[in-house]
Design a protein. Structure first.
Ligand code: PGA
Length: 254
């Protein structure tokens, strides 16, 4: 089991700058430095305001998206370089909400992955099947395709900067969760895929996301194949997120 776990908060389009700053103050009340990798991904607007407190306390900052060009006439967009210059270390790419609501194809996601890595960001690449695809027996094909095209043109060295997040679309924000066996099977399938595609035994970091909360996070983190969790709803409340982090911090203490 990888001893260091990732606890990644995906805030989506929530919290004003003021609310973000209040959250981080509340989260860190009486806290010590965490041994696990705690990453908060607020909106772009809150990154700068949260930066100093987060970095001083060992919390990493992540963004929820970036553009694939470095700069230029791309109204409304933010580049990976710009994020790096703010002290951002991670970026979430390929989230199902970006794929579904903003029409991001695997090709666009792949361009973003490459741009992010080139700028020195680490990538949290989300993959996941819909309920329909799952029921049609297409799950593994869908996941393999998202990986194949999302990771296109990367070399095995670059894989070290990628965290693969398995987020079944039907489990996001619904309270529905997958079985531990399914998560292990998906992780095993990804290992097989990476080894065949990249001719390497390197195992990418693998995390689970989709309705993770205080009551179930331990079960996921205890799976030997799971290196962490991507947490949406339950990361918006400082007490809940602190409880989740504390559960992860106590995991190996027995
Ligand atoms: P959720 O979201 O924890 O609210 O299900 C997870 C995500 O979308 O990353």
């Amino acid at each position: 089991m990888n001893s260091k776990k990732y606890l990644i908060a995906n805030w989506k389009m929530n919290k004003t700058v003021e609310e973000s700053v209040t959250f981080i103050r509340e989260l860190l009340k009486n806290s010590k430095l965490y041994k696990n990798e705690v990453i908060i991904c607020p909106t772009f607007l809150s990154l700068d305001a949260m930066r100093e407190t987060c970095l001083k306390n060992g919390i990493k900052l992540g963004a929820q998206n970036c553009h694939f060009e470095v700069q230029g006439a791309f109204t409304g967009e933010i580049s990976a370089e710009m994020l790096r210059s703010l002290g951002v270390e991670y970026v979430i790419l390929g989230h199902s909400e970006r794929r579904n609501y903003f029409g991001e194809s695997d090709e666009i996601i792949n361009k973003k992955v490459k741009a992010a890595l080139e700028s020195g960001l680490k990538v949290i690449l989300c993959i996941g099947e819909t309920w329909e695809q799952r029921n049609n027996g297409q799950k593994l094909d869908v996941l393999n395709n998202q990986l194949k095209f999302g990771l296109k043109d990367l070399n095995s060295e670059m894989l070290k900067k990628i965290i693969i997040a398995y987020e079944p679309v039907w489990a996001i924000g619904t309270g529905k969760i997958v079985t531990e066996k399914e998560i292990s099977d998906v992780s095993h399938n990804i290992e097989k895929f990476i080894s065949a595609e990249f001719k390497t035994n390197f195992k990418c970091s693998f995390i689970y996301g989709g309705s993770v909360d205080v009551s179930n996070v331990e079960k996921f983190l205890n799976l030997s194949c799971v290196d962490g969790a991507l947490i949406g709803g339950a990361s918006l409340n400082a007490d809940k997120f602190r409880s989740i982090i504390n559960i992860s911090e106590n995991l190996n203490k027995i």
